[in-house]
Write a protein that binds this ligand. Sequence first.
Ligand code: GLA
Length: 411
Amino acid sequence: MSGSGREAGAERDSDGVSPVGPELRSGTARELFRQLTGGAEAGVWSAPGRVNLIGEHTDYNEGFVLPFAIDRRTEVAAAPRTDGVLRVVSTFGGEPVSLPVADLVRAHAGGELRGWSAYPLGVAWALGEFGADLAALPGADLAIDSTVPVGAGLSSSAAIESAVALALTELWGLAHSRETLAKVGQRAENDAVGAPTGIMDQSASLLGRLDAAVFLDCRSLAAEVVPLGFAEAGLVLRVIDTGVRHEHATGGYRERRASCEAGAAALGVPALRDLEPGDLDRARKLLDDITFRRVRHVVTEDRRVLDTVRTLRADGAAAIGPLLDASHVSMRDDFEISVPELDVAVESARAAGALGARMTGGGFGGAAIALAPADAVAAISEAVELAFAARGFAPPTQFTVVPSDGAHRDS
Ligand code: GLA
């Protein structure tokens, strides 16, 4: 790798704001890197977004989830520097940002990690929280590009965090395991970005495998790969992005999490994971109606994840439809995180031949998923379009996702 371009870049950007104009922020991560530094990257790393097949709002309740990594990825072209500065630029964010790595703790404490760069810079900060000696690191240039839609509930943020975490770990010769990198990404999301999310998305992005889901116990963090076999079964997984955008740093997500914690405390358990369906009668007597329904969603959703894993192994993917449907009903009626667009997507896809459908991700917008026979896809797309138009909703974006490999080095 040649250092001359990067050295010049380091001088230009020593005030922390690159003079490079907005025309820079297009093209691939590699092109962006070359435009930023004038030199070649040391490597390109990528990490996927995810679809959660089932297990919603169970991760922060220390329960079970079953997500898979998708064929939409964030790419990071990167190289180490020699001056201890970390410089980040992306095709989707604002101005390039740079900061001495040794200043990250101070910048984080002062609330200076903001906007899109809070993701990559937050990851670098969080590597320090998990043992890296930030003051001793050489710095790096990172150029980031992504094909994961933002705000669709497909974990565009975890894809950035996981790709950056893997790139920096390898560039800086750190020894963090993938399980630790998932915690690093979650810490960045919780403490630098400010969204109180669980460990699911980063785990899916880092541990995903081709044609398989990640069955994760969010208490022990034990992960198993569960083959999905969609293609052999003649099935596809459709995403219906409603275009309704959510914001996890505020609002409903935080409230739902607080209700779950209040429910667990009132019932005297460390987390809702510790309740069985048989405990729900007692819960109904002790809790107010809203908290009870939040608890019931989580307790029954944990069972549905276990049932889905069992069904996938015993009978294959074509048999899991009713579990997906039941999950959606529980989120709509008990957890109350669906929106009319998601309900219409689920109902119209089901009516047109999907085997099962549910909203995926944190809720309050984003995407639904529909498991469908490949030959029903055209009819489902049309039915969903028509149903949205009939309700006066903006047209949704529909596409197929393929269960894919997790984060890796591409070159
Ligand atoms: C978001 C969060 C996850 C998880 C889901 C809901 O995607 O990032 O940690 O809580 O919502 O299942």
